[in-house]
Design a protein around this ligand. Structure first.
Ligand SMILES: [Zn+2]
Length: 220
């Protein structure tokens, strides 16, 4: 089966604001897309996430019912179990410099989970991902490594954003709508397209004898 993208986020809406256009773009190409949302608080945000996922053209998201993200062994292994089950090639998550402490906690947890998911000592069929990408939600990346042209799916991102009425209504000057539009335009200007989403790429450790694929024969 073709390996796809797993987006692991803190809250309902992070997947749309951070990488919604990219997920919709790849979903259009029949690349498997999964979203794991690690908290759902309050419960009403569940329906918003499901509605946004449909608008992005994605399957039903995986939702943990936690109120906050706690980085401990149990939660790391819960995320690792999902990684191994879905076996993605790419994971997209939060950046470690994000202003939101729950986003920073998600980054830490995902880094740990990626490591454990890759171990032959932990799983009979481990998952070694190819790429770990870090997205921007409200904190901008100063020097992105990757700009994904989402001009063809940006309208779907806009529609998915509208599902989050509980969040959009918090700010009567249209913060989320305007910020996400300007962010996509800024990245589009940098990438010579109309709209883009920016990511950092982080290398994935190969530190020990635990991984199913241990070496590369040639670099090019
Ligand atoms: Zn969030």
């Amino acid at each position: 089966m073709k390996r796809g993208i797993l987006s692991i986020v803190s809250h309902p809406d992070d997947e749309t604001f951070g990488c919604g256009g990219t997920l919709a773009l790849h979903s259009n190409k029949k690349i498997p897309i999964d979203v794991l949302c690690m908290t759902c608080n309050p419960e009403t945000r569940r329906e918003e996430l499901i509605s946004a996922s449909i608008r992005l053209g994605l399957d039903h998201p995986i939702i943990f019912d936690d109120k906050n993200i706690v980085v401990n062994s149990e939660n790391v292994m819960r995320a690792a179990d999902i990684i191994v089950d879905r076996n993605p090639s790419v994971i997209i998550t939060h950046a470690p410099f994000d202003y939101h402490k729950e986003h920073r906690a998600a980054y830490k947890l995902v880094k740990e989970a990626v490591e454990w998911a890759a171990h032959t000592t932990t799983y009979e069929k481990p998952c070694q991902i190819d790429r770990l990408l870090l997205m921007e939600v409200n904190s901008l990346i100063s020097n992105p490594h990757i700009l994904v042209d989402v001009s063809s799916t940006f309208n779907r991102k806009i529609e998915a954003m509208k599902a989050y009425t509980s969040q959009l209504s918090k700010f009567d000057w249209g913060y989320y709508e305007r910020f996400n539009l300007k962010k996509a335009e800024l990245r589009g200007i940098q990438g010579n397209c109309r709209y883009a989403e920016a990511f950092l790429e982080e290398t994935v450790a190969r530190n020990g004898p635990f991984y199913p694929v241990k070496t590369s024969r040639l670099l090019v």
